[in-house]
Design a protein around this ligand. Structure first.
Ligand code: GDG
Length: 466
């Protein structure tokens, strides 16, 4: 058995929740990266000497364990080759597309799988080294699905929870994976396996029964060695106060007004904010908007689309192709419908400060969230949180996890149905003020009553009880 460490709560994620900041004199410090997860878990960390185990984001980087914000940070090193095979390869070119309805074809390479296993083993050993006797360990996401079982072998005393941030596919798709049994057995090492949606929890329980020696009875899976694994959905949320604090700042509201002027003070400003990812349905929403302009249902001076496409996974081929496709589409639309000083689509391939992002959210009349598949989609919830004025409308794909909670107040849509999407965009733009307020109130009730802190408490309470 590994040495017993001192942390009674350990979070394990692919990335550490910090970014290295190098100052002009060359010295490096760490700054906490923005993100709801770390915000929600930081108070728990502080109260119990918590540790976070993860990669720094740079290849061959292995700083000694260090502390920031009352959290011990333990870096797991990855070689450049492992970044290619475990992270860009198996995580983002095998699992990501497989778990998102094979929107692009997953690639299956045995070397990538070997790297995935090796890196998961390294993460598990790092955790085993820092966790105190009977500590609670919270493992995050698809990059680390083998960690629960490896860790259980190393440290049977630990309480292990796992949460998957992305969808978990049905049998018809998951069955493709050459290593399906190993992945399921990896997850079954946990005491509690959490998903975004009920459907994902059901998929996991039935797949575990089908491809491992476990038996499933509703949401409890009995493993061959007699343990019970609890399977449950925990829809994740956002740090609502981060957004409401920002929109209570007059400067943010002024910036928001200014953005509307900068895009030509249109009657309708439509907004998309996504990582540039093929799961997000950016092309579908552009197509629908373009057809509305082509048919004259909208004119470029009454409606403008702003699309923030944050650079993402730029070394993975499917993302390079996607970028070319989207940029071609935007270029064509602007060539066709734009005029001097007034493009139809303001396309921004860039990452913004939170304050600018929230100003954009507040400026948008219609927020367009049309993923083809999405675990949850936090942007939809952030938009709702930003609309303390009860203004705006949300168009939301039924294939986003957020549709389960926000379906009543949002305009739900199937993004593959371009005519339906066009009708829905028009309906959201033509919404009368009273109904808009009514819908936004409903949306806000949903988002405000389940924020990220509540999500973390709910998961950890179930884990302790498991
Ligand atoms: C995965 C799952 C699930 C975006 N651009 C900028 C920026 N963002 C922020 C958004 C939001 C976050 O990034 C993106 O979260 P999403 O939920 O929309 O999507 P994924 O990145 O795919 O996240 C997803 C999530 O995990 C949590 O479980 O909901 O389904 O795929 O917070 O605001 N932030 C800043 N600048 C940007 O340019 N600062």
């Amino acid at each position: 058995m590994a040495d017993i460490g001192k942390s009674s709560f350990v979070v394990v994620a692919n990335r550490l929740p910090v970014d290295r900041v190098v100052s002009i004199d060359g010295s490096a410090t760490w700054r906490r990266s923005p993100g709801g997860l770390v915000t929600a878990l930081a108070p728990v960390m502080r109260s119990v000497e918590g540790a976070w185990v993860g990669w720094t984001g740079s290849p061959d980087d292995a700083p000694d364990p260090f502390s920031t914000d009352d959290m011990d940070l333990v870096a797991v090193p990855l070689s450049a080759q492992e970044v290619g095979e475990y992270y860009e390869g198996f995580s983002n070119a095998t699992l990501w597309p497989l778990y998102h309805d094979v929107i692009v074809a997953p690639e299956y390479h045995r070397e990538w799988w070997d790297a995935y296993r090796r890196v998961n083993d390294r993460f598990a050993h790092a955790v085993a080294g820092v966790a105190a006797e009977e500590a609670v360990v919270f493992v995050q996401d698809y990059q680390l699905q083998l960690v629960p079982a490896i860790l259980r072998r190393l440290r049977p005393d630990l309480k292990i929870g796992f949460f998957l941030h992305i969808p978990f596919p049905p049998t018809e798709l998951f069955a493709q994976l050459p290593w399906r049994r190993q992945i399921l057995e990896g997850l079954l090492g946990a005491d509690l396996v959490g998903f975004q949606r009920e459907g994902a929890a059901e998929n996991f329980a039935s797949l575990a029964e089908r491809y491992t020696d476990a038996t499933a009875e509703s949401r409890q899976v009995r493993t061959a060695d007699g343990r019970t694994v609890h399977v449950q959905s925990f829809p994740i949320s956002i740090d609502v106060s981060e957004i409401t604090d920002l929109v209570s700042d007059p400067d943010v509201l002024a910036r928001s007004d200014h953005i509307r002027e900068e895009v030509g003070a249109p009657k309708h400003m439509l907004l998309g904010v996504d990582r540039l990812d093929y799961t997000k349905g950016i092309g579908h929403r552009l197509k629908a908007f373009g057809e509305l302009l082509a048919a004259g249902d909208l004119t470029p001076d009454e409606a403008v689309m702003v699309q923030v496409a944050t650079p993402s996974r730029e070394r993975v081929e499917a993302y390079q192709t996607l970028r070319d496709d989207i940029e071609l589409q935007v270029g064509r639309m602007n060539g066709e419908y734009g005029t001097i000083g007034q493009p139809a689509v303001h396309y921004l391939h860039s990452s913004y400060e939170r304050v600018e992002l929230v100003s954009l959210l507040r400026a948008a009349d219609v927020m367009v969230v049309t993923p083809l598949r999405d675990g949850m989609n936090l942007v939809a919830k952030e938009y709702v949180a930003a609309r303390t004025d009860l203004g705006g409308a949300l168009v939301l794909s039924e294939f986003a996890g957020a549709a389960d909670e926000l379906g009543d107040g949002a305009f739900l849509v199937n993004p593959h149905d371009i005519d339906g999407l066009k009708r829905t965009l028009l309906a959201a733009m033509r919404l009368d003020a009273a109904e808009a307020t009514q819908r936004m109130k409903l949306l806000r009730e949903r988002v405000l009553s389940n924020d990220i802190t509540r999500w973390a408490e709910s998961f950890l309470t179930s884990l302790r009880a498991a």
